[in-house]
Design a protein. Structure first.
Length: 125
């Protein structure tokens, strides 16, 4: 059982916008994807990066308070079928972030960028 909460990161960054995006969205989401990818049933905090990963999935173990977190941890410790269900759901949620999936998406993006005419230049015949 894993409990995820954003502990903050990159406090040395001077740009609040960069720090907010990088820490709150990218880093928190990345940590959750890593936990899901190895099959850890996870209680996550109601924070944007975590919510981005579970969006549209009805993932139940989302804590809005310390009491919620304690409830979900207790449920996971005592309920093996819930642990299995959250493990399976987490593995499915991690699939779009697997290297093969990301590589294919990146290749499509790069192909699109390369195929666009450059500003101020006409395509050569």
């Amino acid at each position: 059982v894993t409990f995820m909460r954003n502990a903050g990161c990159m406090a040395h960054l001077n740009c609040e916008t960069t720090r907010k995006w990088f820490c709150d969205r990218y880093k928190t989401g990345q940590r959750l994807v890593n936990a899901f990818a190895v099959g850890l049933p996870t209680v996550l905090w109601n924070e944007q990066g975590f919510l981005d990963v579970v969006a549209g999935s009805n993932y139940p173990a989302v804590a809005n308070s310390v009491e919620d977190a304690l409830y979900w941890v207790s449920e996971l410790v005592s309920n093996s079928s819930l642990r299995v269900a959250l493990r399976e759901q987490g593995l499915r949620l991690a699939e779009p972030y697997a290297l093969d999936s990301l590589s294919q998406r990146l290749a499509l993006i790069l192909a699109d960028v390369v195929s666009r005419p450059r500003k101020g230049k006409t395509p050569e015949a």
